[in-house]
Design a protein around this ligand. Sequence first.
Ligand code: Z5A
Length: 208
Amino acid sequence: MIGRLITLEGLEGVGKSTNMDFIQRKLQDAGIDVDVTREPGGTPLAEKIRDLVLDTADEPLPDLCELLLIFAARSAHLENRIRPALDHGRWVLCDRFTDATYAYQGGGRGLPLEIIASLEDLIQSGLRPDLTILLDTPVEIGLQRIRERGGTDRFESQRLEFFQRAREVYLSRAQQEPERYVVVDASRPLAQVQDDLAKVIELYLSNF
Ligand code: Z5A
């Protein structure tokens, strides 16, 4: 059995946390041993770095410093959790991964995509997700859901244009890599979103 890396992506409020459980259940129902994790984070060290990245601190976090912290967390996560799981034939379901770096640090912050690509090559040495599900909504819908839920971190307080640029990067990456990406319209009621997610997982599993 070969392990697989499945990632769930999208802007805040699109329903990633809500749907992680659902996807996990679908995989488990099919008899797949799945390790559920998230980025930034996923190991004790990477979770500490997550706190540095998400907390609003007194000292500003320069964009490049944020990018390096995210890849530092990813390095720990990959070497200490994701690769060992994949090597043992486990499937890994990850809430966000490197596509989020292209979207947020590339699109949102405006850092050159080539720098992100170089770090991706250095840290991941060719490891890429096997399947990426992009939950997509217009920015305003996701932000409205977050407002209703309450509480904001460093990212959720960004301006609308930041998220619009991030969404454009996500959609353009999905268009460039149709064999890896599936885009699900997450602006619809949850039951409809989950109908689509169930079909995506069934189709993916039918190829094995
Ligand atoms: N980040 C980065 O900059 N670079 C990177 O490389 C990586 C990450 C990996 C992680 O924070 C932050 O790190 C993230 C980008 C940055 N930015 N932020 N913020 P996080 O994990 O805390 O944040 P998030 O990933 O965006 O999660 P979120 O804000 O909780 O959004 P969500 O998980 O997609 O949404 P949710 O909690 O499942 O749903 C939000 C609400 O909407 C909730 O009340 C649901 O009940 C409701 N909901 C969900 N689906 C629906 C539907 N279909 N209809 C109606 N209501 C719904």
